[in-house]
Design a protein. Sequence first.
Length: 150
Amino acid sequence: MSEQAAELSAEDRALLEAARAVRAHAYAPYSQFPVGAAVRTERGVFTGVNVENASYPLGSCAERNAVAAAVAAGARRIEAVAVIADTAEPVRPCGGCRQVLHEFGPHARVILASVRGPLELTTLPALLPRAFESVRRPGQGRGAGSGAGG
Ligand SMILES: [Zn+2]
């Protein structure tokens, strides 16, 4: 166990274990790179795995699938995310997933891990500084649900 593992709260450990467990269900016959992700929200923990496709661009990342599961269950606020894969360094979310996570967890705590042991604790703002923000972002007063303008 790394030094940083000692800094994990019980909640963080549970989140990482959820990501580790769900990784067994990843569908990655093309890349042979299974990834597990878990997000902690106001409605509990939701998990996702990468789901590849014979048409490569149609594959989707574990992080994004975890977000989709959370949103489908009614969650709208991501407090923390854990991601795990078999990598030398703790696995890092791709740029697209960083933006998707930002939508629901702009200040989320991020736990990056490898099944080999390495662990990194960081935050979404550190992974995606100056993220793209829509002028229509919900809760910011302009355009939310109005359907007007363009
Ligand atoms: Zn991704």
